[in-house]
Design a protein. Structure first.
Length: 369
């Protein structure tokens, strides 16, 4: 099992914007040093808690300081942009990081972003699908361009001058283009169905119940089979909130402390879900009454915490319940206690994951006999 970092990121909006941005860069740099395989960064425009407006721009600040790790957008909210813009920016970023780019895309997830971009009532899934199709046509083609869509049109037919490169659009470093990944947070997600149809990589969110995570793979694998492919679980990435300390008691106290990083994280998300009247997809157990959901229940059930040995056991139990997956994505937390959270990242990489992978290796050896 590989280890990745996922950053929305979420910070207390009362904290200084510049300070938290620099901490986010430092988090990616630390992940690179600790051997994390990937760093995923989200995109939000209208939240002082979720402060990264452009993940590619943010990750560009990390390229030289984090020379090994792969960079992933988590995600580019495609309905908010003209696909010509995304095609040009993504192609350039892929060159800047020399192909260490995974192109996570999505329809968006923040209601206030939908409102400000005018997509609140739009068919955002259809817009996302059309956008990535246009982006790939741009990368596959050459001028003149005439791409007709329902939401966007790309037309470049007159100002084409090959001798000076005019009319030509940038192509990515990776050929034919970077891996595409799609995230999902709803049970039996249509995003997972689309990902399987298009042979894109699936990503499951961190703030959902185990039953919902499992449904993602069930949908993805079933749809892949319908399209003549066998789904490879090594391509599946699953995010979780994780805190590792020296003892179970220390870890539990930190995670459950009122106003502390993990507590604030889930209280913030819960308020969004409650005010958007969308608590149903986030209940802890299938069939639970959404009106009885509390942020404390989300915090306690959606965070794997404890000593290295306890967290390793919990990860393996989680994997047994939801199914095999290739990459565990640690969800980044606000550095309210910098030393504790940095230490947790280190313990996860250096002590927990070796225990997890040793056990997975033993199980596979027994199965092969």
């Amino acid at each position: 099992m590989k280890l990745a970092l996922f950053m929305m990121p979420i910070h207390d909006p009362k904290r200084d914007y510049h300070t938290t941005l620099m901490e986010d860069v430092e988090t990616v740099v630390l992940a690179d040093k600790l051997g994390y395989d990937e760093a995923w960064v989200g995109e939000h425009y209208t939240s002082s808690a979720e402060q990264v407006t452009n993940p590619m721009m943010f990750l560009s600040a990390c390229i030289t300081r984090a020379p090994r790790i792969k960079f992933a957008t988590g995600v580019i909210c495609l309905p908010q942009y003209n696909p010509i813009t995304v095609a040009g920016q993504a192609a350039m970023f892929d060159h800047l990081c020399k192909g260490r780019f995974i192109m996570g895309v999505g329809p968006g997830g923040l209601p206030s972003d939908f409102e400000v971009f005018g997509t609140l009532e739009a068919d955002r899934m259809a817009m996302m699908t059309e956008s990535i199709d246009i982006i790939h046509k741009i990368w596959d083609g050459r001028p003149p361009y005439k791409i007709e869509g329902k939401y966007w049109q790309v037309k470049s037919e007159t100002w084409i001058h090959d001798d000076i490169g005019m009319g030509h659009m940038a192509k990515p470093f990776q050929k034919p283009y970077p891996t595409v990944a799609v995230s999902a947070m709803s049970p039996f997600s249509g995003s997972m169905k689309l990902a399987a149809q298009r042979n894109w990589d699936p990503v499951s969110a961190n703030f959902i119940g185990n039953w919902s995570v499992k449904s993602h793979w069930d949908v993805y694998a079933d749809e892949a089979k319908k399209n003549g492919r066998v789904a490879n679980p090594e391509r599946w990435r699953v995010a979780r909130n994780i805190f590792v300390a020296d003892t179970d008691k220390e870890a539990e106290a930190f995670v459950r402390r009122k106003g502390e990083s993990y507590d604030f994280y889930f209280e913030y998300l819960y308020k969004i879900f409650a005010r958007a009247e969308m608590k149903g997809p986030f209940v802890v157990h299938k069939g639970d009454d959404p009106t009885k959901l509390t942020y404390e229940a989300m915090r306690d059930d959606y965070t794997l915490y404890g000593s290295p040995q306890t967290v390793a056991r919990k990860i393996l139990e989680f994997r047994e319940e939801v199914g095999n997956f290739g990459t565990l994505m640690l969800t980044s937390q606000d550095w309210t206690k910098k030393s504790k959270i940095r230490k947790s990242m280190s313990l996860l990489a250096k002590e927990v994951m070796p225990l997890v992978n040793a056990k997975i290796g033993e199980t596979r050896s027994v199965a092969a006999e």
